[in-house]
Design a protein around this ligand. Structure first.
Ligand code: GLN
Length: 192
């Protein structure tokens, strides 16, 4: 039986993640309440507006259960706003899951570069550069000892990290036709 991956479906581009999961042969489930976390092999927190998703996670009592699952080793992957929500620090007050030992700067790439695509080499992803789409993206500004840096831009900005079962990318793999990162994440759920 293929992995059952939840996609947090409160706000943002969850539908695109569901489509890509279907394409890589995973089973996807949209998650809007804590009961829907039951029986998952992994969880994706999509891009969108991190403040809104964080507030809705608290309102629907999803934040505590997601923290518990992360502590018990369930693979969780945050993309863009999802990465922000998984960070321990974003330099301002907003609801966070505080799962990955990193500091993040929101909207880090300036106005003229609010959206761009660039090829990025990612540790653990073979087959050449990954087409990374950045949309009002964050960057990781510091990482704890237990955090692996998986990718940097040419200017040194950290844009992909992993801390054991937790994966974070500042860009949006679900908006490209490149399935390698979703396959990598499904692989993480199968390795548990
Ligand atoms: N700028 C958004 C935020 O800070 C993230 C953008 C995105 O997810 N594409 O929440």
């Amino acid at each position: 039986m293929s992995a059952l991956i939840g996609v947090l479906a409160l706000q943002g581009d969850f539908a695109e993640h569901v489509q890509v999961l279907d394409a890589v042969g995973g089973r996807a489930r949209q998650v809007r309440d804590a009961n829907q976390l039951e029986g998952l092999d992994g969880l994706i927190i999509p891009g969108g507006e991190s403040t809104t998703i964080g507030m809705l996670m608290e309102r629907y009592d999803l934040d505590g259960p997601i923290r518990d699952l992360a502590k018990h080793g369930m693979p969780i992957w945050g993309t863009c706003a999802g990465l922000i929500l998984m960070a321990c620090d974003v330099g301002r007050q907003q609801p966070l899951l505080e799962l990955i030992n990193i500091s993040v700067e929101r909207n880090a790439f300036g106005r003229q570069l609010e959206s761009f695509e660039v090829s990025v080499d990612i540790e653990g992803i073979s087959g050449g550069g990954f087409p990374a789409v950045f949309i009002r993206a964050p960057r990781v500004v510091s990482v704890g000892d237990d955090v692996e840096v998986l990718a940097r831009l040419d200017d040194g900005s950290i844009v992909a990290v992993r801390q054991k079962n937790l994966l974070g990318t500042a860009f949006h793999p679900e908006l490209t036709c490149d399935l390698r990162l979703h396959r990598y994440f499904v692989g993480m759920t199968e390795a548990v």
